[in-house]
Ligand binder design. Structure first.
Ligand SMILES: NC(=O)c1ccc[n+]([C@@H]2O[C@H](COP(=O)([O-])OP(=O)(O)OC[C@H]3O[C@@H](n4cnc5c(N)ncnc54)[C@H](OP(=O)(O)O)[C@@H]3O)[C@@H](O)[C@H]2O)c1
Length: 279
């Protein structure tokens, strides 16, 4: 693998920095010595900023900016002078690293809950690629599977709620769904390596494993035998089939995936601590 550049003195912008994945990107960037320009929607909301300001290195190298995707030009001050931009929400201009979704294949989502969300993400990524090409922007897109692992932010994000919290909080059924699963630290690491490694290019799918929700329930049962977990599927349809996601391209970023079982354990332990869940 090519030599990884040091972050010392380099400035990187992270948009939507208070979010689940972005908070981890900020954490890892600060650990590597980068200066971080982090955007949040509301600077006056401590729930969006305090966990970032508490990170190691934040005191000297974290700069918070207010920016909203719906306000044209609001990202300009945060992006100015940056070596790279880690954009973790809907694609906008001037971005070099785009994060997109890979919950499932579009085909398997047709007519299902979340279809419009998934299609909007695909269209957004297409638009970002088109814009990057037209403006000669060096863009890489990171497409994580279902992201799990500890939360840095104080509030629970939608996907952690759906993928893990609902299962351990007394839901009677589990979804009839199959998706790839990946640890949030691996996702953040890939976002950084995508600009640190000069040859990184194109799209990277990140998934440690692909599993149906019934498999997730089984792993949770092994980890927490006394936990009341859903014991039936939400519908009587055949279980959604397992599909394959190639790991080859992500390997070129040097990602050593955290195993699913460890990722689930860390997620539940974090939920116990932060949201006082009795497990
Ligand atoms: N988590 C997953 O399993 C997963 C998997 C694949 C792809 N993704 C994608 O990865 C990205 C980040 O996911 P996440 O789980 O980290 O989500 P998240 O925790 O909900 O974070 C999203 C962030 O975007 C910000 N945001 C929303 N609307 C905005 C706007 N109009 N202007 C500026 N900022 C805005 C939010 O700010 P506020 O806090 O102020 O609302 C929040 O900080 C999303 O694009 C998601 O679709 C996530």
């Amino acid at each position: 693998m090519e030599q990884v550049l040091s972050g010392e003195g380099k400035r990187v912008c992270v948009t939507g920095a208070s979010g689940y994945i972005a908070s981890w990107i900020v954490k890892l960037l600060l650990e590597r010595g980068y200066i971080v320009n982090a955007t949040v929607r509301r600077l006056d909301d401590p729930a969006k900023t305090e966990h970032l300001l508490a990170l190691d290195g934040a005191e000297n190298r974290l700069h918070l900016f207010e920016a909203d995707l719906l306000k044209e030009g609001s990202f300009d001050p945060a992006i100015h002078g940056c070596h790279a931009v880690e954009h973790t929400d809907t694609p906008v201009t001037n971005d070099t690293v785009i994060n997109e979704t890979w919950f499932s294949t579009p085909e398997s989502c047709k007519g299902k809950k979340g279809e419009s969300y998934i299609i909007s993400k695909i269209l957004a990524e297409d638009a970002a690629w088109k814009f990057a090409k037209e403006h000669a922007i060096d863009m890489v897109s990171i497409n994580p599977a279902a992201v799990i692992g500890p939360l840095l932010q104080p509030t629970i994000n939608v996907t952690t709620m759906y993928f893990v919290y609902n299962l351990i909080k007394g839901s009677e059924t589990y979804p009839n769904g199959t998706c790839g699963w990946v640890h949030v630290n691996d996702v953040a690491e890939a976002h950084i390596r995508a600009f640190e490694i000069p040859s990184a290019n194109g799209r990277y799918i990140l998934s440690e494993t692909v599993a149906h929700f019934s498999d997730i329930v089984k792993v949770l049962h092994e980890l927490y035998p006394s936990l009341k977990l859903p014991n039936r599927c939400e519908d009587d349809n055949p279980p959604k089939p397992i599909y394959m996601l190639s790991k080859d391209k992500a390997k070129s970023l040097g990602i050593e995936y955290v195993p699913l079982k460890t990722a689930l354990w860390e997620t539940v332990e974090c939920l116990k601590e932060k949201f006082m869940i009795n497990v």
